[in-house]
Design a protein around this ligand. Structure first.
Ligand code: FES
Length: 118
């Protein structure tokens, strides 16, 4: 592990399925809770620069070979509010083309404090 660990909030401030926008050394960063696991994304959409982390934390429609609607990845996706691009919160990958990624940061939790590593 390299760089700095910045304390950004309390773990209790970010309940499962919810996000919190924090300032990390002047950067806007979204902290997400997916089933008790914490993740951080830069609050800038790689498409056109919207505040990505202010979009809904949700799931998405899964690929199928049938005319079926299967909803999955509950709470593991953030959908940009400008044009609807969906990103995997855990990896930052754009779901339609994983060569495009939102910037992620490593996160750790200690004694109810959430740290972002930069
Ligand atoms: S700016 Fe985010 S989808 Fe276009």
């Amino acid at each position: 592990m390299t760089g700095q660990m910045i304390k950004v909030c309390k773990a209790d401030d970010v309940s499962p399925g919810n996000q919190k926008i924090v300032d990390v050394n002047g950067m806007s960063v979204g902290i997400f809770n997916i089933d008790g696991g914490y993740y951080a994304l830069l609050n800038i959409c790689p498409h056109r620069g919207a505040a990505l982390c202010e979009g809904p934390q949700c799931g998405t429609t899964q690929k199928t070979n049938d005319y079926e609607f299967i909803y999955g990845e509950k709470d593991a996706v953030v959908r940009c509010s400008w044009h609807g691009w969906e990103f995997d919160i855990r990896s930052g990958a754009f779901l339609a083309d994983n060569k495009i990624k939102a910037k992620t940061f490593e996160v750790s939790v200690s004694d109810n404090d959430v740290f972002v590593h930069i």
